[in-house]
Design a protein around this ligand. Structure first.
Ligand code: GTB
Length: 215
């Protein structure tokens, strides 16, 4: 059974924003059982963990002789080896993978910039001046994505790993208020979150937080 790593105690308090969530969701979509090894922030920086993840982060993936890091690479690996997340048609498969990259390299950077500022820079004197610029950069991408999605359910035909990745990236905007400005995107995220595989993955990561807060 593959084993992934996740936060022993996630700073998001079980909201499913840490990047193990997308890997858990991928496992659930393809119906593959997995184990989770919880790691502390200190343990992530130790040589044993860095042997799996050079940057000392979660998630990692281990299965037999294969060890992987980077959530995108892990989700792609799962999607390539199991039915359910990538179309069989070669061109459609390539497009779904392109959407995974779009989520990670076009959408995620400005979203992370904004949400990190909202968490870590809120008390800075220059926060109020910086915030609108960060929001506008995200708005540009949300507008473009909204135009692409229109009234479609998913990014390119049936639900794929591209949608899985995009929804996990967009979810980080829940507290920003920006999703409300783009009803098509808000509905798209809600569709992703309504999938039973998403719910199982979400509940599994929430159970870690709930157990940690009881002890
Ligand atoms: N590009 C890598 C990937 O996609 O796998 C990025 C991995 C990464 O950023 N991991 C984070 C980590 O291990 C956890 S997910 N951080 C510890 C460290 O770097 O020392 C990022 C994350 C953390 C917390 C919240 N949150 O509280 O809302 C959201 C996202």
């Amino acid at each position: 059974m593959p084993t992934i790593t996740a936060f022993e105690s996630s700073p998001d308090r079980g909201k499913g924003h840490a990047r193990d969530m997308r890997v858990r969701w991928a496992f659930e979509e393809v119906g593959l059982a997995y184990d989770v090894r919880l790691v502390s922030f200190a343990a992530m920086k130790q040589p044993a963990h860095r042997a799996l993840h050079p940057f000392g982060q979660i998630p990692t993936y281990e299965d037999g002789d294969l060890a992987l890091f980077e959530s995108g690479a892990i989700v792609l690996h799962i999607a390539e080896r199991h039915d359910g997340l990538l179309p069989r048609d070669a061109d459609a498969r390539a497009r779904a993978i392109a959407w995974m990259f779009a989520a990670l390299s076009t959408m995620e950077p400005p979203i992370v910039e904004l949400t990190m500022a909202m968490i870590f820079e809120r008390d800075k004197s220059w926060y109020a001046e910086r915030l609108p610029g960060l929001q506008d950069r995200v708005r540009v991408r949300l507008g473009e994505l909204s135009h692409h999605i229109g009234d479609a359910d998913w990014l390119d035909g049936a639900f794929s790993a591209g949608d899985l990745m995009m929804v996990t990236v967009l979810r980080r905007l829940h507290t920003s208020g920006l999703l409300d400005e783009y009803p098509e995107i808000a509905a798209y995220v809600a569709r992703g979150e309504a999938r039973s595989a998403f719910r199982r993955a979400f509940d599994a990561q929430l159970a870690v937080f709930t157990a940690a807060s009881r002890s």
